[in-house]
Write a protein that binds this ligand. Structure first.
Ligand SMILES: NC(=O)c1ccc[n+]([C@@H]2O[C@H](COP(=O)([O-])OP(=O)(O)OC[C@H]3O[C@@H](n4cnc5c(N)ncnc54)[C@H](OP(=O)(O)O)[C@@H]3O)[C@@H](O)[C@H]2O)c1
Length: 272
């Protein structure tokens, strides 16, 4: 899709109340894309909506950590028109050993980062099966998708899932108007880190951290170009490329060093 062809199309952005999702919403608004913004916090969504100038913005509160919330969200989002762009961005992780976190949090992570993402992807693909208009799905994974990550075991595994799933969908839809792009950000300056209980990162992790705006601009450019997978930022690209020359156990140890030790208290779950 050319930039001018975006005007008047409609995008559903999950996790739009902060960080990368809010930056993605603003980038889409600059292209004239009408928005359906979703997350759990209504006030934060409303605040983001006021920064998306010149387009129609609808806000839908949904907890995608809950079973079947994705289908209700899709029904609500499509009630007032079709969705041309799906941005599967909502996600969380925690920086802790696997056995130090409640199982209920793990179950929520699996639901949000994978199950709800797949459910929305399926709704989107089904909706575009018989249409000939351009459709774009963008799934946010992570550089954590490129190797196992001790102290973020389940999170990194969920992002490896998102990457493999997205790349397979991209190939399945090659030559069709439906394009699927996977974005693998490295460390990005958002609320993710305080929410994860992380923060005592090595100088390498701190030096490679990018802004949410940078990641969002890379993501939208990649989407418009119909790219398969994009790792925003030169250093992140280099590490994701370089990891293929290490044994998997060495890559895992290097990542443990780069991320440092979990030191911050694990915050209580944010309610909607
Ligand atoms: N920051 C990084 O370093 C980094 C690196 C690689 C990948 N990522 C990925 O980028 C994506 C965006 O994260 P971010 O960095 O922008 O962090 P963030 O600022 O914490 O944003 C996370 C978003 O997800 C939403 N969310 C969380 N739990 C939810 C739930 N149960 N139901 C619905 N929405 C929920 C949050 O909104 P509410 O709290 O209002 O629900 C928020 O809008 C995530 O998928 C993350 O894994 C981040």
């Amino acid at each position: 899709m050319s930039k001018s062809a975006c005007v008047g199309t409609r995008a559903l952005v999950t996790g739009a109340s902060s960080g990368i999702g809010s930056a993605l919403a603003r980038e889409l608004a600059k292209l004239g894309v009408d928005l359906v913004l979703t997350a759990r916090r209504r006030e934060a969504l409303a605040a983001v909506a006021t920064t998306c100038n010149g387009v129609n913005v609808e806000v839908i509160v949904a907890d995608l950590g809950e079973h079947d919330a994705a289908h209700s969200l899709w029904a609500a989002a499509t009630a007032s028109g079709p969705i041309d762009i799906l941005i599967n961005n909502a996600g969380f992780g925690y920086f802790r050993r696997f056995d130090e976190v409640d199982w209920t949090r793990d179950a929520e992570l699996i639901q949000l980062n994978m199950t709800s993402l797949v459910a929305l992807a399926r709704c989107f693909v089904d909706a575009h099966k018989t249409t000939n208009t351009p459709a774009y799905m963008v799934n946010i994974a992570s550089t954590g998708a490129y190797q196992s990550v001790p102290n973020m075991a389940l999170y990194a595994a969920s992002k490896a899932f998102v990457r493999n799933f997205s790349e397979a969908l991209h190939d399945e839809h090659s030559g069709t108007p439906l394009s699927v792009t996977c974005i693998c950000p490295g460390g990005t300056d958002t609320a993710f880190h305080s929410a994860s209980g992380g923060g005592d990162y090595s100088w390498i992790a701190n030096a490679s951290t990018r802004s949410a705006e940078f990641v969002a601009q890379s993501a939208i450019q990649a989407m418009l170009q119909g790219n398969r997978t994009v790792v925003p930022g030169f250093f992140n690209k280099l590490t994701c490329f370089g990891v293929r020359f290490l044994s998997r156990s060495l890559a895992s140890r290097v990542t443990t060093y780069v991320l440092g030790k979990p030191t911050l208290a694990l915050p209580v779950r944010t309610e909607g």
